[in-house]
Design a protein around this ligand. Structure first.
Ligand code: ADP
Ligand code: MG
Length: 378
């Protein structure tokens, strides 16, 4: 039985009428001075909440917000989230910020006991936190009948689907700031993709590994050997053929792959953008993580925009992971033109890399989980 088939879904819960259900949501919304700047994460939880209410359950949500370091911090109070939730889903309770208690991140047994007290079932719909072995993620399924919510189930279906049965050609487009953050997934993807496309700051470590002078562009010297090994793996790895950046005199310029002294590369050039877009257009499956350049600055947004537009235009099944990549898509107004935008940056990379997450393993071991033929944990 596959790892997916052994995961309990909402329909695997016992009858819920009159019962209390603890729902671990990801309400870690962007805030500005106590106000919510985007309520997407609250709205995203509604299908699960409404299904549970439709079964007659009373819903109690719990989430973390920000990084309050294990003690109450008024800056990270759930009040604004609670008010918005009351508008969108009347009658739902919301516990105080889970990270106001050090027991959450420490996965403390006494904190778990307090969370499950008075609860009859548990639902995990917090994909963005499923890679953390925190109390609210791995604790409740030890005792309560448990299930993935709709959001979590969709993430798992899409991301495990990329690993297990992608349509080929399968292309991964990777960018963003640090290659060391993403090396694990780069290596894991090499086994399943037909081609890797590398842009963003991480391309400079690859370009340096090929012997190109990269000026003062971001580079991780301790990763150069790894990049060399990946380049020698025989896989198709597309690197930029031109670079846009800031020259030593402060002017914005375009170069080939040999950058002059003092130059800093901040985006892939137009030739690379067109080449990368072609690879995306010809693929049947594309996973994209990490912007192609410093897209927050309009002078260095063209490469990311070209890839985002190709993601929108290609007939391929398209998946975007990563907070900044998703923000870039939204900034270009293209977020509704890809097949799936993952709500978890770190979690999506870890699930692609390892094929499992602590939160999923916990659900698979829940008392009501579908019995696995291979008898996994428990
Ligand atoms: P994601 O959140 O999608 O996983 P990352 O967090 O890895 O992406 O990286 C996003 C950041 O990388 C952005 O803030 C972007 O400005 C930065 N970045 C991309 N290319 C470059 C570059 N060439 N130089 C400096 N920063 C870059
Ligand atoms: Mg990021």
């Amino acid at each position: 039985m596959s790892t997916r088939a052994a995961l309990p879904v909402l329909e695997d819960l016992p009858p819920l009428a009159g019962h209390r259900v603890l729902v671990r949501t990801d309400f870690n919304v962007p805030m500005d001075g106590g106000r919510i700047t985007d309520d997407f994460r609250i709205r995203a939880a509604l299908p699960t909440i409404q299904w549970l209410q439709g079964q007659g359950a009373s819903v109690v949500c719990a989430s973390h917000l920000g990084r309050p370091k294990g003690k109450p911090d008024p800056r990270w109070s759930m009040d604004a989230v609670r008010a918005r939730l009351a508008e969108l889903a009347p009658g739902v309770e919301l516990l105080e910020n889970l990270r106001f208690d050090a027991g959450e991140e420490a996965n403390d047994a006494a904190f778990v006991a307090r969370l499950v007290d008075g609860m009859d079932a548990y639902v995990d719909d917090a994909f963005g936190a499923a890679h953390r072995a925190h109390a609210s993620i791995v604790g409740p399924p030890r005792t309560l009948p448990s299930a993935m919510g709709r959001l979590l189930a969709r993430e798992v279906d899409v991301l495990l689907g990329l690993r297990d049965h992608p349509k080929h050609p399968f292309v991964a487009v990777l960018g963003g700031a640090k290659i060391s953050d993403k090396l694990g997934v780069v290596e894991a993807l090499l086994d399943v993709v037909d081609a890797l496309v590398i842009g963003g700051a991480m391309c400079f470590t690859f370009l340096a590994a090929q012997g190109n002078p990269i000026g003062d562009s971001l580079c991780e010297p301790d990763q150069i050997d790894t990049c060399r090994r990946l380049l020698a793996s025989g896989k198709t790895i597309h690197l930029p053929e031109d670079i846009i950046g800031v020259a030593a005199d402060g002017s914005v310029q375009t170069w080939g792959t040999h950058l002059p002294a003092g130059a800093k590369g901040f985006d892939i050039g137009p030739g690379s953008a067109a080449a990368f877009a072609d690879v995306v257009m010809d693929a049947r499956t594309v996973f994209w993580n990490g912007p192609m350049g410093m897209f927050e600055d309009e002078r260095f947004a063209a490469g990311t925009r070209a890839v985002a537009q190709a993601m929108a235009d290609t007939r391929a099944f398209t998946v975007v992971g990563g907070g900044d990549s998703a923000a870039a898509l939204a900034q270009f107004g293209l977020d509704d033109q890809v097949d799936h935008v993952s709500t978890g940056g770190g979690a999506s990379l870890e699930l692609l890399e390892l094929g499992d997450l602590p939160g999923l393993a916990a659900l698979r071991a829940a008392p009501n989980a579908p019995r696995s033929a291979s008898g996994s944990e428990g």
